[in-house]
Design a binder for this molecule. Structure first.
Ligand code: PEP
Ligand code: MN
Length: 586
């Protein structure tokens, strides 16, 4: 790979594609654009090394903070390095011969719809149809050849797709700019490091996300820190905190670099007045013209593989370059609805081995939720050793699980057994479980890798740690970085327990990979009364969470009844876990 691959949201003609082209042209940079369907894909394609750099919008002059932009950068520890301010020139485009009065459907990106509310309000009788991106909107209209359809897109797109303009500058205000951020992975390749040097200028900005304590004057005290440090705030916007009604996150930008002494001190004082503080990063804020004036003399576009010199990587991690800790030294976090895995909180996933009835799942879900679990597990497709054992309720079971998930607000984890189930399962559940018996079903791993659903990848019962990492690498190599690994016991000569819980795998994995690690004591030890101490051990050894099996009436369980915990057992385990601090180092 000799060119720098840059990922952006959309197809040719999207605002992101135009920003990227303009940036690379002005920097005289050989680049290969990689259009992907969503902002999340932009972030994950950089993290999984499908591209070297990515472009995300973070802010718009009319509609404000683009939450996804900030959140994806922080979730995946991506490193912003330059801001590009881009004039959003929105026009109404249609096929030749169309008239404004005849328009019945308008296609546009949802963010763009928000920026053109006033104009769209005047188009009575026209349906406003949100679509993937601006390029797609224009292409759709052009290909339809239908004069009743129009798209909102910039004028440059007219030529690209053969459209004509029906209305000019339709944004709510003509001074409509979006701030885009160019970013790279936590460990940049040499080519990216060189590009960083080329964009360096004197203007530096830092972005952070924080929430204040719910005390009188808390925000005032935070602002006072900036005032006393003589740091110029360039943005302060509050947005509701997801999952916490009427609590707010503040999105803050200011002048300066987080490595400056003055800024470092200010951030330390800020910690005292905030209940949450995350620095997104520091970056250049030179406008495109300024970049052009710099006209960098030399461009190096080294293949990204150069990044993976053997010395940099522990042991054999060059075999799994995408899951190696070197890719994201701080460790990656996986966000599943309102749950973050891999952050400070130790998480508990619980539920029955198999979905057996609506009542069984709902009763269990309510109980575990009330007592502190954050996710519901349950198998609808069961990999059973004996062909005549209960094989699970199939899609009916999946429906029961998602209903229980919706009722309780718990995200749902369920096993997917074959490639043909992947697409439907990815729509129905929040986390796709790959069972121990399927850890090396490579077609299944690749199919899951093509989705963006979170994955719980269980270690095969006779798989080595490196083989588990290779299996994860399959999923990441297809572009899905949202993988958590699960140690669930391996086969040894020991017969007193169902399997042997390999707790040694936890520190080894924490060193070798950035992916979060979950421990499953239920399948490891297989005996109800021995599960509780292993849950404590899992937290103490540094796992990010556990997954355990709970049943309203274990004796009646249709699978794994010997290891099913009662509701009371579950409460005792939760009480035990509270006494053990979460370990955030290894
Ligand atoms: C399960 O979680 O119910 C299961 C079948 O686990 P494993 O694949 O680890 O045996
Ligand atoms: Mn089970």
């Amino acid at each position: 790979m000799s060119k720098l691959i840059c990922s952006f949201e959309g197809i040719d003609g999207s605002h992101s594609s135009l920003v990227l082209k303009s940036f690379c042209d002005q920097m005289n940079l050989a680049f290969e654009p990689l259009g992907v369907p969503t902002l999340r894909h932009v972030a994950t394609s950089v993290l999984t090394q499908k591209s070297h750099i990515g472009l995300l919008p973070i802010d718009n002059a009319i509609t404000g903070t683009i939450r996804d932009g900030y959140d994806l950068l922080t979730q995946y520890n991506l490193v912003p390095f330059t801001e590009i301010q881009w004039k959003m020139d929105h026009r109404l485009l249609a096929v030749d011969g169309a008239a404004l009065s005849g328009i019945r459907e308008v296609y546009a990106h949802p963010l763009v719809i928000g920026e053109c509310g006033q104009f769209l309000g005047t188009l009575t009788g026209a349906k406003i149809i949100p679509c993937e991106d601006t390029g797609f909107a224009a292409k759709e209209v052009a290909e339809s050849k239908d004069p009743t359809k129009a798209a909102i897109a910039p004028p440059t797109v007219c030529q690209l797709y053969g459209l004509v303009e029906l209305a000019k500058s339709i944004a709510d205000h003509p001074e409509n700019f979006t701030r885009f951020i160019l970013f790279h992975a936590p460990t940049p390749s040499e080519a990216v490091a060189n590009l960083r040097k080329d964009v360096e200028s004197s203007g530096q900005k830092t972005s952070l996300v924080m929430s204040t304590a719910n005390d009188a004057g808390a925000l005032y005290k935070c602002l006072q820190v900036f005032n006393e440090s003589k740091i110029n705030l360039t943005k302060l916007e509050s947005r509701p905190k997801l999952g916490k009604s009427w609590e707010y996150l503040f999105y803050v930008d200011f002048e300066g670099n987080s490595e400056d002494e003055k800024v470092k001190k200010a951030l330390q004082s800020l910690e005292e007045h905030t209940s949450f503080l995350q620095v997104v990063g520091s970056y250049e804020n030179c406008p495109l013209q300024k970049l052009a004036e710099k006209k960098p003399a030399k461009k190096t576009t080294q293949p990204r593989e150069e990044n993976w010199s053997a010395e940099m990587l522990p042991n054999s991690s060059k075999n799994w370059p995408k899951v190696s800790r070197a890719v994201s030294p701080k460790g990656s976090k996986i966000v599943v609805n309102n749950v973050t895995i891999g952050a400070d909180d130790f998480i508990v996933i619980a539920g029955p081995c198999s979905v057996e009835s609506k009542e069984q799942v709902l009763d269990t879900a309510k109980w575990i939720k009330e007592n502190g679990a954050v996710m519901l597990r349950g198998g609808a497709f069961k990999p059973r050793t004996h062909p005549y054992s209960f094989q699970g309720m199939g899609w009916e079971g999946v429906q029961i699980l998602s209903e229980a998930g919706r009722t309780t607000g718990l995200p749902v984890v369920s096993e997917v057994m074959s490639v043909d189930q992947v697409e439907k399962m990815a729509r129905e559940v929040d986390v796709l479980q790959v069972g121990a018996r399927n850890m090396q079903n490579f077609d299944l791993l690749r199919a899951i890798g093509k989705t963006q659903r979170a994955v719980l990848l269980k270690r095969g019962m006779s798989a080595s740690i490196d083989e588990l990492l290779c299996a994860a690498e399959y999923i990441l190599s297809e572009g899905n970085p949202n993988v958590m690994l699960c140690e669930r016991g391996i086969r040894t000569f020991e017969t007193a327990t169902r399997n042997t819980l390999d707790l040694s795998a936890v520190p080894v994995l924490r060193e070798r990979t950035h992916l979060p690690i979950i421990v499953d004591p239920s399948h490891a030890i297989g005996v109800r009364r021995w599960i509780r101490p292993l849950c404590r051990a899992a937290k103490a050894v540094g796992a990010h969470g556990i997954i355990i099996e709970v049943h309203p009436d274990p004796e009646k369980a249709l699978s794994d009844k010997d290891q099913a915990l009662t509701f009371d057992d579950f409460v005792q385990i939760m009480n035990d876990l509270e006494k053990i601090p979460a370990i955030n180092h290894y």
